[in-house]
Design a protein around this ligand. Structure first.
Ligand SMILES: Cc1cc2nc3c(=O)[nH]c(=O)nc-3n(C[C@H](O)[C@H](O)[C@H](O)COP(=O)(O)OP(=O)(O)OC[C@H]3O[C@@H](n4cnc5c(N)ncnc54)[C@H](O)[C@@H]3O)c2cc1C
Length: 384
């Protein structure tokens, strides 16, 4: 079965699901995305697209990247500061020269909207929550909450870290809490020391970090993390108060951006990941993005890996007439690479717990060692 003869169902209209749908449609595959949400609503987050993720999107459709470059904000410099605001070091970011694509900051919902715009309106079926699936004689039957069943030849679970498809297929329970909390928001905010192409990272002690950067359209994204013994929290304290207390006494810029953020716009989430899988395929079902390889966000690679997955999945399914062989090819091209990035993200996350995170961050960020450089070349130098 190849191309137009094949019917692919993707569960989840997140970044990975949308990118996969675009890639498959461009190769003539009949693809439908099923999303549990009733509407695609903006969420208070920004993210960084790295050269490898942008190269994957560019291979899927160069117009996507052209549009993102217009809307987002490119990084050219990183300022690493102590909790009190003192400058530790500044580092030029030269990824465009080195890898042919920049580091690009963008609002999460803006990215989702751009991707949706590359699909026909009927490509995403909202209000479709997958609750089960089973094998039939000639394919798969998918079951949705309160909806008629749908048949498909291939099922792609792009349904995120709490993936239903993964639970049915692998059954490995809830994600692992990584011991720290994250607060984040996108806010309309200006400050003379926050230039559009610069990232500011405040590194404190005991694993606390605060970063902020321009994400285009006059908006700033900030993200804060702190060690936290347990999740979920049931102390009745609002996220705004918790993050303000956790970062009390930090640099005036940190206090200022927190004060400028409407309390209801602050998102509080646990940092979590999942143990890597030796295989994420069964019969004609496969996983993609966080459903396949949820990792802690220390390297900012989750969405970038999902875009690489999307490209590789479309290549495999469109190029190989035997569907199961295509899915084997897809996972064997993705598992080794995503495991390295997963492990490296975890290692970097653990080291942020070091008592003197300022010293650690400095050593990491200033590292010109062959190891760090070789890793960057391997990670960002990836080509479709
Ligand atoms: C604090 C933080 C910062 C981050 N920063 C970065 C960064 O800078 N760069 C980067 O690359 N990555 C970053 N990431 C990671 C990135 O956000 C994720 O890896 C990425 O969004 C995963 O995309 P996805 O499509 O796999 O899953 P998701 O975006 O989670 O999408 C899953 C979709 O599936 C839907 N769904 C779930 N269950 C069902 C069901 N049963 N039926 C139907 N639909 C369903 C959901 O509603 C959702 O729309 C960060 C993550 C965090 C937590």
């Amino acid at each position: 079965m190849r191309g137009a003869a094949m019917k692919v169902a993707i569960i989840g209209a997140g970044l990975g699901g949308l990118a996969s749908a675009i890639a498959l449609r461009k190769r003539g595959v009949d693809v439908q995305v099923f999303e549990r949400a009733r509407e695609l609503r903006p969420i208070g987050a920004g993210l960084t697209l790295a050269p490898n993720g942008l190269k994957a999107l560019n291979a899927i459709d160069p117009d996507i990247v052209a549009r993102l470059l217009e809307l987002g904000s490119q990084n050219s410099r990183l300022y690493l500061r102590r909790a009190n605001g003192d400058l530790i070091t500044e580092i030029p970011i030269t990824f465009m020269d080195r890898y042919g694509q920049p580091m690009l900051n963008i609002v999460w919902s803006c990215l989702q909207k751009v991707l949706t715009g590359f699909l026909k309106a009927d490509a995403v079926r909202l209000d479709h929550r997958l609750v089960g699936f089973e094998r039939t004689n000639d394919g798969l039957s998918l079951h949705f909450d309160g909806r008629d069943p749908v048949t498909a030849d291939v099922l792609v679970g792009a349904d995120g870290i709490n993936s239903t498809v993964r639970q049915i297929m692998v059954g490995d329970g809830p994600p692992r809490y990584a011991g720290r909390l994250c607060w984040r928001s996108v806010v309309s905010y200006q400050h003379p020391s926050l230039l559009p192409d610069e990232v500011t990272f405040f590194a404190g002690v005991d694993g606390r970090n605060f970063s902020m950067f321009d994400v285009g359209s006059g908006l700033v994204f900030w993200s804060a993390t702190a060690l936290w013994p347990a999740w979920p929290i049931s102390d009745g304290i609002a996220p705004r108060q918790r993050v303000t207390e956790a970062f009390a006494g930090w640099a005036p810029l940190v206090q200022d951006v927190l004060a400028a953020t409407p309390p209801e716009d602050i998102v509080e989430r646990p940092i979590e990941d999942r143990a890597p899988l030796a295989s994420w395929r069964s019969h004609r079902v496969t996983l993609l993005g966080d459903a396949a390889h949820a990792m802690v966000p220390s390297l900012g690679q989750g969405a970038n890996m999902a875009f690489e997955d999307a490209w590789e999945l479309a290549q495999a399914l469109a190029g190989e007439p035997d569907t199961q062989a295509a899915l084997i090819h897809y996972e064997s091209s993705r598992i080794p690479r995503t495991q390295v990035v997963h492990a490296r993200s975890a290692a970097q996350g653990y080291r942020y717990y070091d008592a003197d995170n300022e010293t650690f961050s400095r050593s990491v960020l200033e590292q010109a060692s062959a190891d760090q450089r070789a890793f960057e070349d391997w990670l960002y130098g990836w080509s479709p």
